[in-house]
Design a protein around this ligand. Structure first.
Ligand SMILES: Cc1ncc(C[n+]2csc(CCOP(=O)(O)OP(=O)(O)O)c2C)c(N)n1
Ligand SMILES: [Mg+2]
Length: 535
């Protein structure tokens, strides 16, 4: 039995043990024997149109499920194409295992055709870039899975030479180590944290993706309600506090961002809860003291924090709650509601009556989406709007890249999310990011995924155009070539429709979610006045 194990079957076996059912990838000769090994018992190989999208599909799947996302490429041009999505997972702190083939080991040291040193290529965009070799395959596979999932999670890349996949390995393989954050551990540094919180008169909680990974939503909601503390969240943590909670105070650095920064600046203590400075778009200019609560010490030092609670975020928040000891709530619900009203005014600013406004596209799609709908965005002005205007009720239902923030994420991530569980999935994309990945619609159609894709069609790379305009420069290279999006969608096996106003959008959405197996692409011709007013 042992003698039948090869590197390829071991890789497939560890992935199965880690709960991986699908690998998103693109083939080449170097990985054929791995795909063959996976054909017998899984994981399934899902072919994307291009490797960069495959990696974003894996990232979207991992964001939705909380499990490790997996992608596959061949050597050289396959691995270089994979890079962006691997970097995305790493900076978005999403666990990912990326595997690339390589030329035979006998030629690897001198060959030049299609040869790239993948260890050096992936080192800056991963937590670990290693080689899978027969003598150490079991250990390296366990190390790869544990490294990718250990706090803070990120990407691991493995290079495997073509011949290595077929090589026999010894041993029974052992078992997959625990994957994920510690369950209860806590350490603290600096002043006694509960006292610091009790001494604060106007504290604000700033929650991030670490709170999602630690399953801290109940502890966060209780602490906010009992202690009366408003909660601002990072975009990648949307839903960790339901946005209809009385103490929900908005999303950092999305539309209406000044209102949020004013709230933080007027506070006398910011308690972070798994917040990661990678989500900061605006420089941190506050002098308010910070109590840093995260799985990871404040090693970034992007903001100074004299006190740190390091460990499981849910356990830390429960500790702070238990130590609150009946002290009076610090903010009233009415005060937080007034703040939310000001924030709403902020993201509505520049509303153009009689036109299709970006905020209306977001709120109209939200209203039409059933409970539990998973939403992804791409990157650009529409993301900044959706990050605030989309109401999220639960974690892992709003999938946004706010670490690397690479265009081309939204549609592949929606495909990855839809392929890894039942229920409706909506993608909100700019026309620039959509153009980068539109042919992946064929993958969604092939898989029978009834995605709804809404393209914010403004004929521009709006975010960059606004920047040029703000600098008083003429617009250069920021026009998006107009294509007939509904026709393009139909040619890729999807339904397509163009809308120019809210009623058209409502009509297009009216049957969008009932028993859909064919993707639907809605081109929403928007007016960009809101973006300009809010820039
Ligand atoms: C891969 C990549 N290239 C460039 C950028 C820089 N960038 C950020 S937003 C943006 C414009 C996006 O345009 P579009 O997709 O049409 O969205 P809009 O801003 O118009 O909503 C660009 C070019 C990026 N984030 N990612
Ligand atoms: Mg655009």
């Amino acid at each position: 039995m042992d003698s039948e194990r090869t590197v390829a079957t071991a890789l497939a076996g560890y992935l199965r043990q880690a709960g991986v059912t699908q690998v998103f990838g693109y083939p080449g000769e170097s990985v054929v024997s791995f795909m063959e090994a996976a054909r017998d018992g899984g994981p399934a190989i899902i072919a994307a149109v291009r490797e960069a999208s495959a990696a974003f599909m894996a990232e979207g799947a991992a964001m939705r499920t909380g499990q490790i996302g997996t992608c596959l490429s061949t050597l050289g041009p396959g691995s270089t194409a994979l890079l962006n999505g691997v970097a995305g997972a790493n900076l978005d702190r999403v666990p990912m295992l990326a595997v690339s083939g390589q030329v035979e080991s006998s030629r690897e040291q001198y060959w030049t055709h299609q040869l790239v040193d993948q260890g050096r290529l992936f080192a800056p965009v991963t937590k670990l870039a290693a080689r899978l070799e027969p003598g150490s395959a079991d250990t390296v596979l366990r190390k790869a899975l544990r490294t990718a999932t250990a706090e803070r999670p990120g990407a691991v890349h493995l290079t495997v030479t073509t011949d290595t996949f077929g090589m026999t390995i010894q041993g029974d393989g052992g078992t997959v180590p625990p994957l994920g954050p510690a369950i209860r551990s806590l350490d603290f540094y600096g002043e006694e944290p509960p006292r610091q919180l009790r001494d604060a008169r106007r504290p604000v909680l700033l929650a991030g993706a670490g709170a999602v990974r630690c399953g801290a939503e109940v502890a966060l909601a209780e602490l906010a309600a009992v202690a009366g503390i408003p909660v601002v969240v990072g975009a990648m943590a949307k839903g960790v506090l339901s946005e209809d909670h009385p103490y929900f105070a908005g999303v950092l650095d999305m539309a209406g961002h000044r209102v949020i920064w004013d709230l933080l600046a007027a506070s006398d203590l910011i308690v972070t809860a798994g917040f990661d400075a990678v989500e900061l778009i605006t420089p941190w200019r506050l002098s308010v003291p910070v109590l840093h609560v995260d799985t990871t010490p404040n090693t970034d030092q992007v903001y100074p924090a004299a006190t740190e609670v390091v460990g499981n975020v849910a356990a830390a928040l429960s500790w702070l709650l238990a130590s609150w000891e009946g002290a009076a709530p610090r903010w009233s619900e009415a005060e937080v509601a007034a703040h939310r009203a000001a924030l709403r005014e902020g993201w509505q600013a520049g509303y153009a009556a009689g036109r299709l406004n970006p905020s209306e596209v977001v709120t109209t799609v939200r209203s039409a989406s059933p409970a539990g709908t998973v939403m992804t965005t791409d990157v650009g002005s529409h993301k900044i709007m959706a990050g605030q205007a989309w109401t999220s009720y639960a974690p892992r239902e709003t999938l946004i890249t706010n670490g690397l923030s690479a265009m081309g994420f939204g549609l592949p991530a929606a495909i990855g999310a839809a392929a890894s569980g039942p229920g409706p999935v909506v993608c909100l994309a700019g026309d620039g990011g959509f153009a980068m990945t539109a042919t992946e619609l064929a993958v969604a159609a092939r898989l029978g995924l009834g995605l709804v894709v809404v393209v914010f069609s403004d004929g521009s790379l709006n975010r960059i155009e606004l920047h040029q305009a703000a600098m008083g420069l003429p617009l250069t290279a920021t026009a998006v070539d107009r294509v007939d999006i509904p026709v393009l969608a139909e040619s890729l096996g999807c339904d397509g429709v163009r809308v120019e106003n809210v009623s058209g959008l409502e009509k297009a959405l009216s049957s969008a979610f009932s028993g859909r197996v064919r993707p639907l692409v809605i081109e929403a011709r928007i007016d960009t006045a809101q973006y300009a007013a809010q820039y």
